[in-house]
Design a protein around this ligand. Sequence first.
Ligand code: PGA
Length: 252
Amino acid sequence: MRRPFIAGNWKMNLNRAEAVTLAEGVAKAVENVDYADVAVCVPFVYLDAVSQVLKDSKVAVGVQNCYFEKNGAYTGEISVEMLKDFGCTYVILGHSERRHILGECNAVINKKVKAVLAAGMIPILCVGEMLAEREAGETDDIIAEQFYGSLAGISPEDMKKIVIAYEPVWAIGTGKVATPAQAEETHANLRKLIAVKYGQNVADSVRIQYGGSMKPENAQELLNQPNIDGGLIGGAALKADSFMGIITGAKK
Ligand code: PGA
């Protein structure tokens, strides 16, 4: 019912030549994939080069942030129209590294979600608890706060377009993956939040990715869970073969 969606988050990695080579490798690897949507979210400066490589491929292109104002005196920022100009489809928003290292709050993320939707692109909204929060039994409260705060004022129609990525902060880049049962429990709770706010119909259509040390070895079991609809992949997306190994795990 929900088509699996696997997205790579390249973060602040690679040089231009490596980015192009990786994009070419991913395009080739997924040539015959008809069971999942695939995207790579690249550093801004490689968007142009990677979009050109991927323009006739099955791989969509995204980025990892944007600014919410249309244009003007916002030194160092990138607008949604600029991104669209370069063939961008997806924008990761509210990643934990932006929340916790760069101090982004739900109110700012909410403005960005609205700007991305208004430009006709698709937000991949990240939510997730830190280790201390999980250990204190606060996971559901944190997720709810991020969900309601980041998606304030979003209509049911727009909600259907949004992708959510559940990324437990303690599992990102640590090799410490959430167990399929742990991830499934949080995904199911997230879907309940969507149902309460938007109705079951919308909740059933929203894709919720898991992110945090997903690898070819653990992808299939995670992706087999009923409420896990894909993955947001960091480290393992930096090599075409390991990224492809994860995509294969989405085959039912
Ligand atoms: P990881 O990163 O796969 O390297 O844990 C995932 C993410 O931060 O999106």
